[in-house]
Design a protein around this ligand. Structure first.
Ligand SMILES: Cc1cc2nc3c(=O)[nH]c(=O)nc-3n(C[C@H](O)[C@H](O)[C@H](O)COP(=O)(O)O)c2cc1C
Length: 207
């Protein structure tokens, strides 16, 4: 499916040319009214399913809810207030959850890394379908774990707002509107890539 979001692209000043799926992905806080179906979600989960993971442990778990359902409201309820203000625009909410232990009971230090790979696969598959992702660390992890009955060794790492790119700027509070249209920014490669020893390059300001 072609991406049909021409007037919704953000300026992305890359240092080198990269694939359009990577260049054009961004994290909006407004979404189109177009629903995302369960079938489309299954395609996204399938993309995640084929992500690599340490020892192929696949520590990821997903909770999903479509707007209007109980599951959606339960996910909304574990988000911090700041995220609730705009995540309500999304037709789908997800939680990304990891098992932090291996089957033998050892710590799986790579579990969050592998959930990140899962999420990146999903996000790029979504981008190819014109669907946007906005990941969130702003949620009550412990409340979410209890709410969805995950065992103790599990950690609810992220929530994700999912929906087609689009929607009105007025759907987000005034103080967030500039972020919907501004240029994207990143550290320079020189500030985090070392062909040898680490060298201090300074901190990045939080967004
Ligand atoms: C793990 C993770 C947690 C994030 N948490 C939040 C959040 O709680 N609230 C929010 O508004 N944005 C959140 N973001 C979105 C980032 O701020 C955003 O990805 C970053 O500013 C880069 O913007 P871009 O994705 O549009 O390139 C999060 C992103 C990631 C990957």
């Amino acid at each position: 499916m072609d991406i049909n979001t021409t007037d919704l692209f953000k300026k992305t000043p890359t240092e080198h040319e990269v694939h359009d799926l990577i260049k054009n992905r961004w994290s909006p806080r407004t979404f189109s009214d177009q629903p995302v179906s369960q079938k489309e979600l299954q395609v996204l989960f399938e993309a995640g399913r084929w992500a690599p993971s340490s020892s192929n442990l696949q520590p990821w778990n997903i909770v999903w809810g479509i707007k209007g359902s109980e599951a959606y409201d339960r996910i909304m309820n574990v988000l911090v207030e700041f995220n609730q203000k705009w995540a309500k625009n999304a037709p789908v909410l997800l939680l990304g959850v990891v098992n932090t232990k291996t089957a033998k009971g050892d710590d799986n230090y790579h579990a969050p890394h592998d959930l990140g790979s899962f999420s990146a696969n999903m996000a790029l598959q979504a981008q190819s379908m014109g669907i946007a992702f906005h990941q969130m660390a702003g949620l009550d992890f412990e409340k979410a774990k209890k709410e969805f009955k995950f065992p103790d060794t599990y950690h609810v790492a992220t929530a994700i707002a999912v929906g087609y790119y689009g929607g009105e700027l007025s759907n987000v509070p005034d103080f967030l509107q500039e972020a919907e249209t501004g240029e994207r920014s990143r550290k320079k490669q020189n500030d985090f890539v070392f062909n040898g020893d680490y060298r201090e390059t300074g901190d990045v300001k939080e967004e």
